[in-house]
Write a protein that binds this ligand. Structure first.
Ligand code: PMP
Length: 402
């Protein structure tokens, strides 16, 4: 990558990437980003599943402006009611009224705790599961990513990512995503299993419906909570508002962030009131935040949620994902995996992938890789992408592959 001429950007910006792309973006609109040199880019990654309704959706912008005219931060430990939060919580709960084949033993989710990010949603959920079950053991999947702080990092299933930070939380076990035999590791000692229905940073791994149903049943049998991390899969990304709807099960705790904010930072952990009530004085309060569910982020999230439902973006993502799969047929692409618009195109090697990504960017199409899968190309465009734009993007990828 020819970034030496852009190296000065990092004189004072801490850089943790080995491969900084360092494109200087001036503005973004819909599915496009524009460089400071005026160059136009088709965005096929959405800031990693964030800009699901597109960059700067007009209804999201209007909601943000309206909220800015009223108030920004107040205080939400119970002192003041931020009405955008109340409306957003109701709208989220309304998306969760789905009747699954296999329910949660604790009933429907009707309580939302707002955070600033996905990582904080994970941290809150871990504390909630510990307090509710009185147990301390967590189970997560190999190659899963749930965040970068100490608790969330402890859940990571990539040893090289954790090694230099040990000791982390004890009593964490990793299982293989999709492997039914491993479910026996979930026992009456387990506080919770945390899983992404479709594995994200592991390179988009889609499990069978049977596996997810067995997982739900096993958790209920041994009294472990099932935490679904829908930080990346939620808000329509996989072809339904929540990915778990397609698996006909229901979680005990649900996590959201990324696409939820419509481009603003916000996250949430959600559960039934029965579970969440242990966070009240017990004997001391369970969890607090200053900025979680910021009014401007909440207004943005509520608008993004409404746009997602009104424009039927989840349903439409299914056919759009299939279009990607049908177009990306090439001897250098081993397979295109995924659900809806959460896709991975597997190449022969890391070098082949890197070269393809670089050349696509030269030609104005932005793709990316995954944290824990170094041979697959991330394809996760804004859900508003049109069929024509998908054809244009795929034509560039195929042209680069030769
Ligand atoms: N969970 C999953 C599944 C994620 O993909 C991510 C972010 N890549 C996180 C949690 C952490 O979210 P954040 O970066 O907002 O803290």
């Amino acid at each position: 990558m020819h970034i030496s001429h852009r190296q000065h950007f990092f004189d004072h910006i801490a850089q943790t990437s080995d491969y900084p792309l360092a494109l200087e973006i001036d503005r973004a609109e819909g599915v496009f980003m524009y460089g400071t040199d005026g160059k136009k880019y088709l965005d096929l990654i959405s800031g990693i599943g964030v800009s699901n309704v597109g960059h700067r959706h007009p209804e999201v912008l209007a909601a943000i402006h309206q909220q800015l005219d009223k108030h920004m931060h107040l205080l939400v430990y119970g002192e003041f009611v931020q009405s955008t939060q109340v409306q957003l919580a109701k709208a989220l709960v309304d998306t969760l009224s789905f009747e699954p084949e296999i329910a949660s033993p604790f009933g429907k989710i009707d309580n939302v705790y707002f955070t600033n990010s996905g990582t904080e949603a994970v941290e809150g959920a871990m504390k909630l599961a510990k307090r509710f079950t009185g147990r301390a053991e967590f189970i997560s999947c190999f190659n899963a990513y749930h965040g970068a702080t100490q608790g969330a990092l402890s859940l990571s299933g990539a040893e090289h990512f954790k090694r230099s930070f040990r000791p982390l939380l004890p009593e964490i076990k990793n299982i293989t995503h999709g492997n039914p035999e491993d479910l026996l590791q979930i026992t009456s000692k387990t506080a919770a299993v945390i899983i992404e229905i479709v594995g994200g940073e592991s390179g988009v791994r889609v499990p069978s419906a049977d596996y997810i149903k067995m997982l739900r049943k096993r958790c209920s049998e041994v009294g472990a909570l099932l935490i679904l991390d829908e930080v990346q899969t939620g808000f329509g990304r996989t072809g339904s508002f929540w990915a778990f709807e397609q698996y006909d099960i229901y979680p005990d705790i649900l996590l959201s962030a990324k696409g939820m904010g419509g481009g603003m930072p916000i996250g949430a952990f959600m559960s039934s009131q029965r579970i969440m009530s242990v966070f009240k004085n017990n004997p001391i309060l369970g969890h607090i935040t200053t900025f979680g569910g910021h009014p401007v982020s909440s207004a943005s999230a509520l608008a993004a949620l409404r746009v997602t439902l009104k424009e039927k973006l989840p349903e439409k993502a299914i056919a759009k994902g299939e279009l990607f799969k049908s177009l990306l047929v090439h001897p250098k692409i081993k397979e295109v995996r995924g659900k809806g618009l959460m896709l991975a195109a597997e190449m022969e090697s890391f070098d082949a992938l890197k070269q393809t990504i670089d050349q696509c960017i030269e030609k104005g199409v932005i793709t990316d890789w995954f944290l824990f899968c170094d041979n697959s190309m991330r394809l996760a465009p804004p859900l508003i992408i049109t069929e024509e734009q998908i054809r244009e993007g795929c034509a560039v990828i195929l042209e680069v592959l030769g």
